[in-house]
Design a protein around this ligand. Structure first.
Ligand SMILES: Cc1cc2nc3c(=O)[nH]c(=O)nc-3n(C[C@H](O)[C@H](O)[C@H](O)COP(=O)(O)O)c2cc1C
Length: 336
């Protein structure tokens, strides 16, 4: 049973698209998804994705080059659509012949999809509604990720199980759809594959892999946490729409509430515009995540984690996590 024939059969289109052995992506995680985790993921037969986050084009250039040194397998780069230098970042990906670019964080600005495709790369998009998904797939998106609110990091309002029921029957015949959010074991992966997904994306399950550079205290916090500890941030001011973030409860969660009040106050006094206010909130998250992942400040930093965190119990090599997911999926499909 170690060839995982049933699971591989269901994920064949996804694996072919990614150029990987298994259609299991490790979703980009700012500060965590860098050269080590990304190359380990691709070397183990999955698909790693560099999190560009707020990196400058020069930093991304270095990160791609260093990742290439560690793997000859394909990997992707995740770019945030609101990055002020998005087009330069796309050029950096083109220069390195990056094969897959994931556009996250909003509707891709005009010209960005075309620029990526101009370099011969495939474009992976996110969409919160079926109508938007159809539009993005019509206008150049090669594959879609649907991500439910169980996920770690920035989230939408709808659960993975509902998104899967809405999107998969409508899209899976003609399009490539990957499912993300709340997947901790292979049985769940098997379920989404049977519904028509061509693959899955996990973040939380891989964040504490042996190859992840996350600080040991960050990893310990994950091992101790249960599903109910991974809570979504709350919006305190109706005029300041902040995208909710799912993270482990700590002092940082409370500080975020205070930060929102502070930014809302500045907005009230008309000292800054709405776009600037939202950017300040996003910068806050990037800084807070860095404090937790890199510095190990698990009190004040942001411990972004999904509800599957309760299934993360110890440090394991990426290859073992992938093998476990495939074996659980295969056993589930065999029992059917
Ligand atoms: C610590 C952490 C940081 C993340 N950072 C990003 C990011 O920078 N860009 C992005 O598109 N998604 C980000 N995500 C979401 C993941 O790419 C992935 O879609 C998500 O973790 C999948 O759900 P799961 O956590 O339930 O496995 C992050 C998730 C975590 C846990």
């Amino acid at each position: 049973m170690t060839d995982y024939a049933k699971t591989r059969g269901l994920m064949a289109r996804g694996a072919e698209f990614l150029g990987s052995e298994y259609a299991i992506m490790c979703g980009a995680m700012s500060w965590v998804s860098e050269r080590n985790l990304v190359s380990a993921m691709s070397n183990a037969g999955g698909f790693g994705v560099i999190a560009c986050g707020a990196m400058t084009p020069d930093l991304l250039d270095t990160e791609i080059a260093e990742t290439r040194k560690l793997t000859d397998k394909p990997f992707g780069v995740n770019l945030i659509t609101m990055h002020p230098q998005l087009m330069e970042l796309i050029e950096v990906c083109g220069k390195h012949g990056v094969t897959h670019v994931v556009l996250a964080g909003g509707i891709p600005p005009k010209g960005s999809v075309e620029a990526i495709k101009g370099h011969g790369a495939k474009v992976i998009v996110f969409a919160p509604t079926l109508a938007l998904a159809k539009k993005l797939l019509r206008s150049g998106g090669d594959a879609l990720v649907i991500e439910g609110m169980e996920a770690g990091g920035h989230i939408g309002p709808v659960s993975t199980s509902v998104l899967a029921q809405e999107f998969l029957p409508a899209l899976s015949e003609d399009h490539l759809v990957f499912v993300a959010g709340g997947i901790g074991r292979g049985e769940a992966m098997a379920g989404y594959l049977e519904m028509g997904a061509v693959g899955v994306q996990l973040g939380t399950r891989f964040a504490c892999a042996t190859e992840s550079i996350a600080h040991p205290d960050f990893k310990k916090a994950f091992f101790r946490a249960n599903a109910r500890d991974a809570v979504a941030s709350v919006q305190v001011d109706a005029r300041l729409p902040v995208i909710p973030v799912r993270a482990l409860k700590n002092k940082g969660t409370e500080e975020f509430t205070a930060k929102q009040r502070e930014v809302a106050g500045v907005l009230d006094r008309e000292e800054i515009a709405m776009a600037e206010a939202q950017l300040q909130i996003e910068h806050y998250w990037a800084g807070a995540l860095r404090r937790a992942v890199i510095d190990g400040d698990v009190e004040n930093g942001s411990l972004m984690a999904g509800q599957s965190v309760g299934m993360v119990k110890e440090e394991e090599p990426v290859a073992d996590i992938i093998a476990a997911l495939m074996a659980e999926s295969e056993a589930a499909l065999t029992r059917r």
